[in-house]
Design a protein around this ligand. Structure first.
Ligand code: GAR
Length: 219
C-alpha cells in the first residue's frame, strides 16, 4: 500500500503539525504530508513544513462572502495534491460541508479538552474556570458541528493546583502530539470503522492502548 497523501491545515505554531511530520518520516507510516495550508501568513507552522520539504499554501480567510466560498478556495488549493484525508492541526476556523465532502476518507481534528466538555475556543480557560480536576485532549473525525464528530482517541490530563492556561496547555499538548499521529496512522491505514458515533479500530497492536489513556504524566 502506498502512503496516503494528507493535507494539514494550520493557523499557528504548528507543534501538532510537527508531530505529524515526524511520524510520517518513519518508514512504514501509512500517511505522508503532501501540503500544509495556513489561513494566517508567516506562522511558525509554515516554516516547519518548508523545513520538512513539504509544499505550503497561504489562504487568508478574510474577504470571502461566506464559509462555503472559503471552503471552496481551500479545496481548490489542495486539489492538485490528491488528498483524500485532511487534518486540522490548530486550524482556528470551522469547516463546512463543502470542505468535508472533498475528503471522503475523513477529516481529523485535535481539540484540547475531553469532548464533549469544553468545545470551541479557549478550552483550557474553560476547564480552569469550571474547576475540573481532569481535562485532556481529543482527536475526532470532523462533522458539521463544532467539535461534535465521532471520537477516535482521548487522553486525560490532571489539572494541578497551580496550573495556568499555559502550563495546562503544555501538558495537554504532550498528549496531543502522541495521539494525533496515532489516529492519522489508523485512518490512513483504513483501520477505523464507524458504527453510529462509535469509532472502532480494526486489528490489534500494542499502540492501540494509547487511544484511551488515563492519567498520563504527573498527578
Ligand atoms: C492545539 O493545542 C490544538 O489542540 C488547539 O490549537 C493548538 C494548536 O497548537 N486547537 C483548538 O483549540 C481547536 N479548537 P499547534 O499550532 O502548536 O499545533
Amino acid at each position: 500500500m502506498s502512503d496516503a497523501p494528507v493535507a494539514v491545515l494550520v493557523s499557528g505554531s504548528g507543534t501538532n503539525l510537527q508531530s505529524l511530520l515526524d511520524a510520517a518520516a518513519v518508514p512504514g507510516y501509512p500517511a505522508r504530508i503532501a501540503v500544509v495550508v495556513s489561513n494566517v501568513p508567516g506562522v511558525r507552522a509554515l516554516e516547519r513544513a518548508t523545513l520538512a520539504g513539504v509544499s505550503t499554501r497561504v489562504l487568508p480567510h478574510q474577504g470571502y462572502p461566506d464559509r462555503a466560498a472559503y471552503d471552496r478556495a481551500l479545496v481548490e488549493a489542495i486539489a492538485p495534491f490528491g488528498c483524500r484525508i485532511a487534518c486540522l492541526a490548530g486550524f482556528m476556523r470551522l469547516v463546512g460541508p463543502t470542505f468535508l465532502r472533498a475528503f471522503p476518507v475523513g477529516v481529523l481534528n485535535v481539540h484540547p479538552a475531553l469532548l464533549p466538555s469544553f468545545p470551541g475556543l479557549n478550552a483550557h480557560r474553560q476547564a480552569l474556570e469550571h474547576g475540573v480536576k481532569v481535562t485532556g485532549c481529543t482527536v475526532h473525525l470532523v462533522d458539521e458541528g463544532t467539535d461534535t464528530g465521532p471520537i477516535v482517541a482521548q487522553a486525560a490530563v490532571p489539572v494541578l493546583d497551580g496550573d495556568t492556561e499555559e502550563s495546562l496547555q503544555r501538558r495537554i499538548q504532550e498528549q496531543e502530539h502522541r495521539l494525533f499521529p496515532l489516529a492519522l496512522g489508523l485512518l490512513a491505514a483504513g483501520r477505523l470503522r464507524l458504527e453510529g458515533r462509535r469509532v472502532h479500530v480494526e486489528g490489534s497492536g500494542p499502540e492501540l492502548a494509547g487511544l484511551a489513556l488515563v492519567n498520563p504524566g504527573r498527578l
